[in-house]
Design a protein around this ligand. Structure first.
Ligand code: ADP
Ligand code: MG
Length: 478
């Protein structure tokens, strides 16, 4: 286990480091002698424990030791490594009861994957070093348990030390000893996504999971959205969340979902492989989201507010410099009625898995939020033409006029499969646009405007759909 000792007194630090080295191995204890060098080391390296003298100088060459610099180091630990435990050293004769109170009753978390809670912040008097050393011994034995866990990764992957630690913590939580790891495609968010198989000592696979490993703070947001919104959908509509690991790996954490191992295809695969099933699938998708549709309510808002759901003002300003969009500010003052409620926020074909029986399962909940619900079916039917996974084959088969026909009069399009697909989506959309064609075209306008910001989308198609939507909306003004 790696320990960072932050202390400026050479003699005391030297003795402490040598005692700690006896427990964890001498190469595993590092030292920072000031606030600034501590900050650098906390930022750049991975540690299992910080031992911090409260009274330290601000820089290595200063002698101005002060408790305020120790407090600043506490701030860095919280900001850069909130998942790492800290032991403070104090020279003052704090009432022993106060120290005990803090050590035994401060907020505790599972730092070692054992499900036991350990205090994240402890205080030791420099005079009672034996207590600190006994504590480190206990942590070292917890660490050795983790060390024993084996991560088997496919070749060509690069899993960072923090990510590897999260995987070990998960394996231990699941009472496993080996974790087989395969990186999954996707990875368009700031989390890495891994497929995991956890094995027990008898060589049996006990858990199959998908881990989204990344900065704890952004994962916490996803967990909150999942717990309050996604769980409102029916059983079987989304994968079970197994656990959320927040401590023990610096500032990295992991959300673990049950692997949908029977759902081998995603919706995007059907666009090419079996388009004849798209119509039924789009109807099933509508049914899947029925609890969110039922919870929706009407609001009247300006198109600018609708557009801000997908594209910020400052991005729009930069697009206006590159595309002929000078009419936009006046246009966006027009108002529309929309159904507001829970939406997935990224419902492209890669985020819908499909079982062999043809039942959809939704994944990837980082963008779930309140908003115009109809953006979900709009994304489902229009993203095939813009998403890099499918756009090439779609654009080879359909031009802008085709897409407009599919959107406006789906039953009249010659391609029966896509005619049914768009027809299915239209049934879903019609429930969410308050009987207003103006709302429908405003949603298409917003979706296509957003496509202009990506490097790899077909700008001609986006512009053709934007111009068409504008003309349709202008007609509703007279
Ligand atoms: N629970 C799951 N079961 C099976 N496969 C999954 C699961 N979650 C994600 N995946 C696979 O991993 C890929 C990336 O996951 P996703 O959550 O969409 O992350 P990203 O934010 O990178 O798009 C998905 O496209 C899917 O193939
Ligand atoms: Mg995804």
């Amino acid at each position: 286990m790696k320990i960072l000792v932050i202390d400026d007194e050479d003699q005391f630090a030297g003795e402490l480091i040598s005692e700690l080295g006896e427990i964890v191995g001498s190469g595993n204890v590092m030292r920072a002698a000031s606030r600034d060098s501590a900050e650098r080391m906390i930022r750049e390296q991975f540690f299992d424990l910080f031992i911090v003298d409260l009274k330290i100088p601000p820089t290595d060459d200063s002698i101005d030791a002060n408790v305020s610099h120790g407090e600043a180091v506490f701030g860095y630990c919280r900001e850069l490594a909130q998942g790492t435990p800290i032991c403070f050293l104090t020279g003052s004769s704090t009432e022993p009861f106060v120290t005990r109170l803090l050590n035994e009753h401060s907020i505790a978390a599972d730092y070692w994957g054992t499900e036991a809670a350990h205090a994240g912040v402890k205080v030791y008097r420099k005079l009672d070093l034996a207590d600190l050393l006994a504590h480190v011994k206990q942590l070292q034995s917890l660490f050795e348990g983790l060390q024993n866990i084996e991560i088997r990764e496919a070749t060509g992957q690069s899993i960072s030390p923090d990510q590897k630690r999260v995987l070990k913590l998960f394996t231990r939580r699941m009472k496993g000893v080996v974790c087989e790891v395969t990186q999954l495609k996707g990875g368009m968010s700031d989390a890495s996504v891994y497929k995991l198989g956890v094995f027990n000592g008898a060589g049996r696979c006990t858990n199959q999971a998908v881990g989204r490993i990344g900065p704890v703070n952004s994962l916490a947001d996803e967990v909150r959205k999942f717990d309050t919104n996604v769980t409102a959908l029916g059983v079987g509509a989304f994968p079970t969340r197994i656990c959320f690991l927040t401590h023990g790996a610096k500032s990295t954490g992991g959300i673990f979902y049950r692997l949908a191992n029977e759902h081998v295809d995603c919706f995007a695969d059907f666009l090419v492989k079996c388009p004849e099933q798209l119509g039924v699938l789009s109807l099933k998708m509508r049914d899947l989201f029925e609890p969110w549709i039922d919870g929706g309510y009407q609001r009247r808002i300006a198109i600018s507010d609708l557009r801000r759901q997908l594209l910020e003002d400052k991005v729009l300003e930069s697009l206006m410099a590159s595309f002929p969009l000078e009419w936009i500010h006046a246009f966006e003052k027009i108002e529309v009625n929309v159904v507001w409620g829970k939406k997935h926020g990224d419902l492209h074909g890669g985020n819908i898995l499909v079982s062999p029986a043809g039942d959809p399962l939704v994944i990837d909940f980082g963008d779930v939020d309140d908003g115009a619900i109809a953006f979900d079916p709009i994304t489902l039917c229009l993203s095939p033409f813009f998403h890099p996974q499918t756009s090439e084959s779609m654009l080879g088969r359909f031009n802008a006029d085709d897409v407009i026909t599919l959107l406006v009069t789906p039953s009249e399009h010659r391609d029966k499969d896509f005619s049914e697909f768009f027809g299915g989506c239209k049934i879903w959309i019609d429930q969410l646009i308050c009987q207003s064609p103006r709302t429908y075209f405003a949603l298409i306008y917003c979706f296509c405007l957003r496509q202009l910001k990506y490097g790899d989308t077909d700008k001609n198609l986006a512009q053709a759909l934007i111009d068409f939507s504008k003309r349709e909306i202008d007609e509703t003004l007279t």
